[in-house]
Design a protein around this ligand. Structure first.
Ligand code: GDP
Ligand code: MG
Ligand code: ZN
Length: 352
């Protein structure tokens, strides 16, 4: 249960003017704190409310609009009957999404209006720079600022892992922390200004929930050891907004088994800044860096200044992005066609 002035939840003039534009005095601004199947938990100035989607919004979802996600700002209406409905979702500033299912291209927004994404990985056997690279791409794609966090720094020498991570974390910082000793935690707090929202992202077991607890200074989330008894703690089965003591918000996520990208865009370039910079010197502007003459990327691989692995993962991601883009294009065209059909039907069939 949370009652707070809206601005403490991140509400500002730009959100207010979006609400004003709807021109309906009965609507109030609210933030989606959690979602349980069809029902939403909203934080409003009146306190916590449970809400459903309005009929109109449900219809919009059928023709391709996004469902509200945790972190979204929405326009809600409290009815005299005591129920609350979400009338519309205010335009997101950032959206962290993944593909809904294997091979599909429908994005599932995991969290909205996120400021910082902690890409978490743990010191140990399964540290994979490649995987971090993919998480980073997803993070850049969202519009939020990614930060790489190496947990379990108490387990050994971090030097090699830090070097490996720094090589892929182009344009972001890498921080080493320990949830056991507390080392490094203070550096992370600088990303958690009041009323901002952070997301924990990373494979299962890397220490995301532990990190959230460390930052909260209390056991908000169940971690591997305590999951069995679990009483009073949240397990990471659904996403929800959690309040940290200093007034920032955090969202834990269960490990995403398959990291899938959604759209090609800025995120891709930012995660591969080094490669893109080299590509500027290729002779052909549409160089695919495969076997073109005058390719600066291949030259860098030959000289040993760019790892071949990195070029390989760039190619792999690019192929993936291209096929996703092709699929979502098709989906968009179909949705437009459907809407047009509905529209013409409504013209031909007068209501009387
Ligand atoms: N030694 C050490 N163990 C940690 C650290 N952070 C998490 N762990 C352990 O790693 C395991 C997985 O942690 P958990 O937070 O549940 O990971 P999650 O699946 O990413 O949420 C648990 O056994 C934690 O106790 C750390 O900084 N140091
Ligand atoms: Mg967890
Ligand atoms: Zn090239």
């Amino acid at each position: 249960m949370l009652t707070a002035p809206l601005h403490e939840l991140g509400w500002d003039d730009r959100w207010a003017s979006q609400l004003d534009a709807l021109d309906d005095e009965q609507l109030v601004g609210a933030r989606v704190a959690a979602q349980h199947r069809g029902a939403y938990v909203l934080w409003t100035e009146l306190g916590e409310l449970h809400a459903e989607l309005s009929g109109k919004l449900r219809h919009d979802l059928d023709v391709g609009a996004d469902a509200p996600a945790v972190g979204d700002w929405v326009a809600a209406r409290a009815h005299a009957s005591g129920t609350t409905t979400i009338q519309s979702v205010l335009r997101r500033r950032t959206a962290f999404a993944r593909k809904e299912n294997l091979g599909g291209s429908i994005a599932q927004v995991l969290a909205a209006n996120v400021d910082t994404i902690f890409v978490v990985t743990g010191l140990g056997e399964d540290l994979s720079a490649r995987r971090v690279e993919r998480y980073l791409t997803m993070a850049w794609e969202s519009g939020a600022q990614p930060v790489v966090v190496l947990t379990k720094a108490d387990l050994g020498d971090i030097a090699d892992a830090m070097r490996e991570l720094q090589a892929v974390a182009v344009g972001t910082n890498v921080h080493a922390v320990s949830n056991v000793t507390g080392d490094g935690l203070d550096d992370l707090r600088s990303y958690l200004a009041p009323a901002t929202t952070a997301v924990m992202l990373g494979s299962s077991g890397v220490g995301k929930s532990s990190l959230l607890n460390s930052l909260a200074g209390t056991e908000l989330m169940a971690t591997k050891e305590v999951a069995a008894d679990g009483t009073g703690r949240h397990t990471t089965t659904h996403r929800e907004l959690l309040r940290l003591p200093d007034g920032a918000f955090a969202i834990d996520t269960p490990g995403l088994r398959e990291i899938q990208l959604f759209t090609a865009g800025e995120g891709f370039d930012s995660a591969f800044d080094d490669l893109e910079a080299l590509a500027g010197d290729c002779r052909f502007t549409d160089c695919a860096h495969l076997h073109e003459p005058g390719c600066a990327v291949l030259a860098a691989v030959d000289e040993g200044t760019l790892a071949l692995d990195r070029l390989r993962s760039w190619r792999k991601l690019q192929r993936e992005l291209e096929s996703i883009a092709a699929r979502s294009d098709r989906r968009l065209r179909e949705a437009r066609k459907r809407r047009w059909k509905e529209h013409t039907r409504s013209i031909r069939k007068p209501k009387w």
